[in-house]
Design a protein around this ligand. Structure first.
Ligand SMILES: CC(C)(COP(=O)(O)OP(=O)(O)OC[C@H]1O[C@@H](n2cnc3c(N)ncnc32)[C@H](O)[C@@H]1OP(=O)(O)O)[C@@H](O)C(=O)NCCC(=O)NCCS
Length: 93
């Protein structure tokens, strides 16, 4: 969790090198909070990180690309609950 004077700004949930959630409150986006949360995830999992992201989530894909993630695999969404095309993003140290 990232906070400013005790007020929550965002959080990351990491499970065995997989980012399950990364979220920054809209009013605090584009101020480096996401990058700071990702830095913590990298410290916990220095060998690498992976996650799934919806293809249509262009802001997040731009964010992860800037943070050195590569798009390793894309699906048509038939295998996920939302039936929404997604992409697996991977970062290796
Ligand atoms: C993706 C997310 C975590 C990024 O957090 P953040 O705190 O805004 O990220 P940072 O401030 O560290 O980095 C900002 C950079 O990411 C990219 N970026 C972030 N939002 C963007 C947008 N709307 N459009 C284009 N690029 C964007 C840009 O490279 C940006 O740098 P710039 O502001 O200098 O152009 C945040 O947008 C978010 O919580 N989104 C909603 C939840 C979500 O989609 N989570 C990811 C699910 S896979």
């Amino acid at each position: 969790m990232a906070d400013e004077d005790g007020a929550p700004l965002g959080f990351v949930i990491l499970h065995g090198g997989v980012i399950e959630h990364l979220y920054v409150q809209p009013e605090h986006q584009r101020r480096g909070v996401g990058a700071a949360l990702l830095a913590r995830a990298r410290a916990v999992s220095p060998g690498g990180l992976a996650l799934w992201c919806f293809v249509r989530n262009r802001p997040a894909r731009a964010f992860y690309a800037r943070e050195g993630f590569i798009e390793a695999e894309e699906t048509d969404g038939s295998g996920n609950e939302e039936r929404e095309p997604d992409v697996r993003l991977v970062w290796r140290a």
